[in-house]
Structure formats: structure tokens, C-alpha cells
Unconditional design. Structure first.
Length: 555
């Protein structure tokens, strides 16, 4: 036992004085050389073995985590671990350019702190300042740390510019574009390109992204990006403390937030509401939290999130239908021109409209509504347990798997919990929830576009009111456009507009195939550009909040 203890102590001393059992230097140890020229001789070993350690420790280098340390290792292997950004104790012009790009990264919807901005500032001060200690200027390990952070920063920025941040690393790494060879080529390109053209070469080129990026520049010119405490509206237990802390940052609460006083907090809320010219109710509410979080820094994060969403778009076709859920709007595009716009009603937060890519395949005049099992389970089954007459009052019919109509009074509804072995169908007619025209498209969610028997809902400002399908106010102009498009592209097999109008007038159920399917994109964008400025929409499903907490929590 004593021998084992001696061996353990000896091992500790070996690590302390020799760096590691293999005897190689790391950036965790000073390696002061006699002259700047000697830094480049010492740095490769330090870089090589520090990277080996980082790969074995999930990319950790000191208190920093390198994104894709294997990629960084590949890049340095190609250079035989020689420094890329420094030479003989000097920053190269490419390093200065990258340092500037990191500090200007908000222009691209990025955050300097994601690219080690503060640590690189400190390293620049330690290694080049006139007042810096000589041992820092001649510490090869310090210069090696600079190297790794610069390369790690650029690797992460390349990925973020091209794909965005809204993918887990495991998913992003499967992208066939972002190979180690691609990163190496991009670093070579960075050294020979102006920093702006380098960034633009990685970003999407379609107009929606460029329009939002241009509007971001105007936003940044006027924005106050001071960071306030972010209030998580779902953290109800700590909500009073978090609100008090946030009001303290506005000098509206001058006590200890952890020992808040309800009356004093209410008075502070009123002072904030008065300052913002809002109704002074002094209440802790979702509206209050939303208002406190609605500062320029949080707006910037929302713009950044939406820019990343746009990076996930595929190559867009010439013509397509675009539904933006938070805007409650459908648009029909031909190239970059909007040829039709319609208000829509989308799913409630509890029954959210899914984001998807598909194509309209057919339309049905005077459709029946085959109610999805999800709605049956949540709404219809509980109602039937109370009153089997519920179906008749709603105009629904019950059918078994053979298509036979079933009397709901003959079924023991108490025996069912997770669903029923029956179909619930609402017949065609003006009272049908789908209205008098339905647009079908392949999808796994059993949703579609359709008219509605509740057309008054289109007059509301907030229209997250459906079970998940998208109700379209301008359904008839959309249908006419699709049939006329078919007559041009698919004649003579296209169904004439007159035939559809005749079936609608006669209240006839008829399926109308679309010979030339129209691409459909249902998406979630909480900001877009109007007249050159960024317009924000309500985060109706809380997606922005969830993404902010996942990818920007440290901010």
C-alpha cells in the first residue's frame, strides 16, 4: 500500500513538472523561448499534443471547447502542425482580418462570443502590447493557444455561416458539404479573400435571406445591444424574482430581488408600464414578461434565429405556395413576385400546424371531413362519454371499419381511453368545417389547406385557432390560379375553371386532380422585412424561446 502511494505521488510530480507522462508540452504549460523566431519551432509540438488532448476531452482546451477538434487536427496535420495565423511572435494579416470579422460577426447574424472574442482580445493584449510582459510575448504555449482558438473560431464560423446554428452537432456533421477538406479549402480561401466576400460566399444567395440580412444592418445601426436578464416565462416559481431582477437593471427596483416584496414589486411594475405608456395594472403576466424581454438584444437574437432558419431552406422552385405560421399569411410566388396573398387561420399552440414541404396534389369540392384520431381522442371521445348525442348536434356521423353507420347510443364509450375503432365523419355542406373546397397534399400529419365555415375568424389579428390545418381566406382565387396554371402546363387533361365553378354552384362533391403539382412550404418565421425594416411577429408556438434557450442560453 505504501509503495502504491509513493508511485501515485511520483506520478503527480511527473505531471506537475513534466506536463504529461509522455513528456510532450501542452498549452497548459508555459514554454518561454529566448527569441521570437524560436516560437515557430516550439509551437508545432504544443499544437499537436494539445489537439490530441482536446479530442480525448470533447474538444476542451483550457476553459474553451473547440468545435470539431478532429477537423482542426486535420487542418493542422496538412500544415505539419505549423502555425497558420502567427509567425515569429507576430500576428499575420489574415489573423488581424479574422479578429476583425469576429468582432463584426453581428452583421451576419452571428455572435462574437461564439468565436472566443474576449479570449482572443486578451491574447492579443498579452502577446503584442507594448506593456505586455516579455515572458508572455515569448511564451510559445500562449501563441499555440492563440492558434487553436483562431482556427477553432473560423471552423465554427464556416459552419454557422453556411448551415446556421439550429442543428445539433451530430446532425450538422452528417452534412456531406462540411467535410474536413471543405474546411481546409475555406481556410485557404479566407487567407486570400476580403473578409466580407469570404462570408458572403458561404451564406445563402436567395432573396429572402439577403433581404433580412440587409435589414439587419439598419437595425444594428440604431440598436442598443445592452444585455438584460432574460426571463423564462415557463419558470413560474422564480418569475417574481426574475422580474424583480430585470426591473432592477432598469433602476426601477432598488431592493434585493431574492427577497422581493409583492407590493413593492407591483409598484415597480407600474413604474415600468408608465415608462412604456402601457396600462398600469402592476400584474405579473405573460404580456409583462414579453415586454421586458422585448429589448434590442433579444430582437437581434430573434433576427439571428430567423436567418438560421432561412439557411435551412432547400433550393426554391420557380413557383410555390408559402405559408408563414406566425404571420398568419399565405403567399403564392412566381419567381420573386407575389401573385396572390391571403390571410390564414393556423393551428392553436396545443394543436400546432406542422412545418413541412410538400406539393398540392388535388382539390375537392364540397368535401367530407374525416376527423383525425388525435381530435377524436382529445375532444370527441370525452364528449361522447358524457352525451352520445354530441355527434348529432355537431353534424357528425359514426362509421365502423366496414363503412356501416353506427348509432352512438349503442356503444359503451366508457371502455375506450386512447381512441375508438370507428370513423367520425362530417358530411359535405356549407356547415362543414372544411368549407366548400379542400386542397390536398401528401403529408404524415393529416393536415391540408381548406376553406372554412367560420370565415369571420379571418377578421381577427391573432389567428392561431384551428386543429392544425390551414384555413385559407382567398381559397377561390388560389383554386382558380392552380387550374389556369394546369391548363397552360397540362392541357388538354386539365380541369377547366368553369367545371369547378359549376360543381361548387351545384354543391357537388368532386375530386379535381392537379396535373402539375404546386410546391408548398409551411414554415415558422417570426420576423421578415417590410419596407426595408424588420417586422416582428408573435412567437405563437414558443419556437423562438426554445431555440434561444438551447443555442443562446449562455448569452
Amino acid at each position: 500500500m505504501k509503495d502504491l502511494l509513493c508511485l501515485f505521488i511520483a506520478g503527480c510530480f511527473a505531471l506537475l513538472f513534466n506536463g504529461c507522462a509522455d513528456g510532450h508540452k501542452r498549452i497548459t504549460e508555459k514554454e518561454v523561448v529566448a527569441a521570437p523566431a524560436e516560437i515557430d519551432a516550439k509551437a508545432p509540438e504544443i499544437i499537436e499534443y494539445s489537439l490530441k488532448d482536446a479530442i480525448g476531452d470533447s474538444g476542451k482546451v483550457l476553459n474553451y471547447r473547440l468545435r470539431d477538434p478532429e477537423v482542426v487536427q486535420y487542418i493542422y496535420q496538412a500544415a505539419e502542425f505549423a502555425p497558420l495565423w502567427t509567425k515569429e511572435g507576430r500576428w499575420l494579416p489574415a489573423a488581424d482580418s479574422l479578429h476583425t470579422l469576429i468582432h463584426e460577426s453581428r452583421r451576419y447574424g452571428l455572435l462574437p462570443e461564439h468565436y472566443y472574442a474576449a479570449r482572443l482580445d486578451s491574447l492579443k493584449q498579452l502577446t503584442t502590447s507594448d506593456t505586455a510582459a516579455t515572458e508572455n510575448k515569448l511564451d510559445a504555449a500562449l501563441w499555440a493557444q492563440t492558434e487553436l482558438l483562431f482556427t477553432g473560431a473560423l471552423v465554427r464560423m464556416i459552419k454557422d455561416l453556411k448551415l446556421g446554428r439550429l442543428l445539433h452537432d451530430s446532425i450538422a456533421n452528417k452534412n456531406q458539404t462540411l467535410t474536413a477538406q471543405f474546411y481546409l479549402a475555406q481556410i485557404d480561401r479566407f487567407k486570400t479573400s476580403p473578409k466580407d466576400s469570404f462570408a458572403v460566399g458561404l451564406e445563402p444567395s436567395f432573396w429572402q435571406y439577403m433581404e433580412l440580412k440587409d435589414a439587419l444592418q439598419q437595425f444594428l445601426a440604431k440598436a442598443d445591444l445592452r444585455k438584460y436578464s432574460y426571463i423564462n416565462p415557463k419558470d413560474s416559481l422564480r418569475l417574481p424574482i426574475n422580474v424583480a431582477r430585470r426591473l432592477k437593471e432598469d433602476s426601477l427596483y432598488d431592493r434585493n430581488p431574492a427577497q422581493y416584496d409583492s407590493l413593492y414589486l407591483s409598484e415597480s411594475i407600474r413604474r415600468w408600464q408608465r415608462k412604456k405608456k402601457l396600462k398600469e395594472d402592476g400584474q405579473l403576466s405573460a404580456t409583462l414578461v414579453s415586454g421586458l424581454n422585448n429589448n434590442d438584444y433579444e430582437k437581434f437574437l430573434r433576427i439571428a434565429i430567423n436567418m438560421d432558419r432561412l439557411k435551412g431552406l432547400p433550393q426554391m422552385p420557380q413557383q410555390y405556395i408559402w405559408v408563414n405560421i406566425p404571420a398568419y399569411r399565405l403567399q403564392l410566388f412566381d419567381a420573386d413576385t407575389v401573385v396572390l396573398t391571403s390571410r390564414v387561420v393556423v393551428g392553436k399552440p396545443q394543436t400546432a400546424t406542422p412545418q413541412l414541404t410538400s406539393a398540392l396534389s388535388d382539390m375537392i369540392t364540397y368535401p367530407k371531413w374525416y376527423i383525425p384520431q388525435s381530435i377524436i381522442k382529445k375532444e370527441i371521445l370525452p364528449a361522447l362519454k358524457t352525451d352520445p348525442g354530441y355527434l348529432a348536434r355537431k353534424g357528425y356521423n359514426l362509421f365502423d371499419t366496414a363503412g356501416n353507420q353506427i348509432d352512438p347510443y349503442t356503444v359503451n364509450w366508457a371502455r375506450y381511453e386512447k381512441g375508438i375503432p370507428y370513423s367520425v365523419v362530417q358530411g359535405s355542406g356549407d356547415a362543414n368545417a372544411l368549407g366548400i373546397l379542400k386542397f390536398n397534399f401528401p403529408n404524415k400529419y393529416a393536415v391540408y389547406l381548406h376553406d372554412t365555415n367560420q370565415r369571420y375568424l379571418f377578421s381577427k389579428d391573432k389567428r392561431a385557432l384551428s386543429h392544425g390545418c390551414v384555413r385559407v381566406q382567398s381559397w377561390l382565387p388560389l383554386a382558380v390560379y392552380l387550374l389556369r396554371r394546369d391548363s397552360i402546363l397540362a392541357a388538354p387533361n386539365a380541369v377547366p375553371v368553369d367545371s369547378m365553378n359549376s360543381w361548387l354552384a351545384q354543391k357537388i362533391k368532386r375530386t379535381i386532380p392537379l396535373r402539375n403539382r404546386m410546391p408548398l412550404f409551411i414554415r415558422y418565421y417570426t420576423c421578415e422585412v417590410k419596407e426595408g425594416s424588420v417586422q416582428f411577429y408573435e412567437d405563437v408556438y414558443g419556437d423562438d424561446r426554445r431555440l434561444r434557450e438551447r443555442y443562446f442560453k449562455e448569452n
